[in-house]
Design a binder for this molecule. Sequence first.
Ligand code: GDP
Ligand code: IMO
Ligand code: MG
Length: 441
Amino acid sequence: MSTLAVIGTQWGDEGKGKITDYLAQDAEMVVRYQGGANAGHTIEIGKEVFALHLLPSGILRPGIINVIGNGVVVDLEALEEEMAKVKASGRSMEGLRISDRANVVMRYHRLLDGAEERQRGAKGVGTTGRGIGPCYADKVARQGIRVCDLLEEDELRDKLDAVYPLKERQLAALGGEGMPTKEELLRKLLSHGKKLDRHICDTSVLVNDAIKKGKKVMFEGAQGTMLDIDHGTYPFVTSSSCIAGGICTGVGIGPSLINEVVGVMKAYTTRVGSGPFPTELTDEMGEMLMTKGGEFGATTGRPRRCGWLDLVIVRHAVRLNGLSGLAVTKLDVLGGVGKINICTGYEIDGKLEESFPASLSRLQRARPVYQQLQGWEEFSAGKGADCAAKGYESLPSNLKAYLDFVSKNVGAPIRIVSLGKERDETIDLRSRKKQAVNSCY
Ligand code: GDP
Ligand code: IMO
Ligand code: MG
């Protein structure tokens, strides 16, 4: 059995797309288990740049079965648009499978998302506006429309009859406009159903069979641990279980079937949208990270807030996901910086706090405790592929010291080192003998 999960350890945009695409070279199946079109996973292959929202990142390599699991919320229009774009690049959609149990993001979910945000005003979450929260809320309230409903007109009509008046009233109460008619919704859904029919199946059966046959299956997380509905910076989170635990419910497999869990960690921290961010930098260094790192949302184009690496949250991610290793990205962006700060704990009300607090007011009072490390000033832009070809040992000693520090502090080995956007700007340490790592905490 060989299964591997790729999970974000921060507030999203860690480079999960790049790492999933890289690791997909060995995979036979890639599976998304949560989130929706709020995700933006960028993959650069030479001159081609893809920002994938709903399609799993294995879609760019031939011969892979790509699965949208039941835990994903599917915006059918967005999905069809994305399929057309990727198809136009010469890739096939033959291997795409969509769970018949996945919930559908309806037009009214998007409208409600916008209307709710407007009501919250300055206290808004800063959502991506993709209807994610309202769709998951309907799923839990047992009034969602599922992918299997698209294939049964009578069933779909009954469900819409029941839910439509509720949604119409809800949107009107929030001052939202543009509610489509029930007939419009029905027509569109049935037409999507017809187009997607051959991709729809019971994906839990499919994935379990693949695992039983010893196929290499990879699970691709969207968002990141700090955006997890239970363990993130609630309420400034997304509405799904982004952590490894979400794979079981979001795919329909048992926990004993997950072999390895790789956490993707950006060499610094970013976040889009509102909410606490203890190591945020509003100075020139923050500006430099944003510009040099190209830190703009792949889904909404919003500038990302930037700050120093925060190991309190990475340790949180190691524990919650049972991470067996880390893939560290964007080390090239820190190249040329003289001194690098790493947050190892928070000082709250005069006391050292080493785990991430639940209370937002405590977080607001949290002052990061930094350890300062020497940077790798000799590493300049464009050196990624060269360094990757020469291997880990050839990396600047300060960069290796930084990776050692992170690994020991969080108690997880470094498995992948990423020095640029491209596939060949990657150092793979997975075949190195597994080293023992002792956490400082
Ligand atoms: P995701 O949502 O976790 O998949 O991440 P995004 O795609 O939203 O954002 C990560 C960005 O960083 C993308 O533009 C990637 O092409 C880019 N990226 C990934 N790894 C590296 C790296 O090691 N170095 C640099 N410079 N860029 C990277
Ligand atoms: P990837 O997969 C970064 C953030 C939004 C907002 C909060 C809730 O590219 O890492 P939502 O629309 O989900 O209800 O918004 O979550 N958010 C992301 N931030 N990367 C993402 O995805 C995100 N998906 C949602 O900015 O703060
Ligand atoms: Mg992203």
